[in-house]
Design a protein. Structure first.
Length: 209
């Protein structure tokens, strides 16, 4: 078995969380390298694209969160083998990545009124749109899981994103937005959170999903 080392920031959530959970669900051994934010400036130049997450596979460093998610999903049997279901899985993960990029663009706004206006524009535009469209895709796929009729890395990706919205991580974004705009995604969040493997992962780290 390949020797794996996953490097990401020392918090629960974000782009590295999906692979962490997937590998844990699949009982795939890996070194969980968590970087405190204070250490990031020192370690940043050593990363291939000055960004995280980074996955080392037998010493080979690989980047790009969804590429890592697919690899972790395959190792953990959380990625569809059927080509069409794999396509849908990829679509869902890339959609979440798209809206995440739009959200991250507001992080550097220092003026509070400008940030409030930018976040309102997010709520009225991209966040609402992506929540609605992802809910539609979930319904098209049967209403429980996004791909292959069972939990996959697509579900973990949506779980991490919707949780970020619902748990008050973003100023000026109402925590009830998913409940109002895409209630089936809120139910999906609970479904993933209550999965025995997901619960065990967070219990192991003393965290609440």
């Amino acid at each position: 078995m390949a020797k794996l080392k996953l490097t990401y920031f020392d918090f629960h959530g974000g782009r590295g969380e999906v692979a962490r959970i997937a590998l844990s669900l699949g009982d795939v051994p890996f070194e969980d390298d968590r970087i405190p934010f204070a250490e990031w400036p020192r370690r940043k130049p050593a990363t291939p694209f000055h960004a995280l997450p980074v996955l080392e596979v037998n010493g080979l460093r690989v980047t790009q969160s969804n590429a890592i998610n697919r690899y972790a999903g395959k190792l953990a049997d959380l990625y569809p083998s059927d080509p069409l279901q794999a396509l849908i899985c990829d679509e869902v993960m890339d959609a979440v990545e798209d809206v995440t990029v739009k959200t991250v663009a507001t992080f550097s706004i220092e003026n509070e009124e400008e940030k409030k206006a930018a976040r309102k524009a997010l709520v009225d535009g991209p966040l609402r749109l992506y929540l609605q469209r992802l809910e539609e895709r979930l319904v098209q796929q049967g209403g429980e899981w996004f791909a292959g009729g069972r939990i996959s890395v697509a579900d973990l990706k949506v779980f991490a994103w919707v949780g970020h919205l619902k748990y008050g991580k973003l100023d000026h974004v109402p925590v009830d937005l998913p409940d109002r705009v895409a209630p089936k995604l809120a139910v999906h969040l609970d479904r993933v959170r209550d999965h025995p493997g997901v619960k065990a992962y967070y219990a192991k780290h003393g965290a609440t999903p």
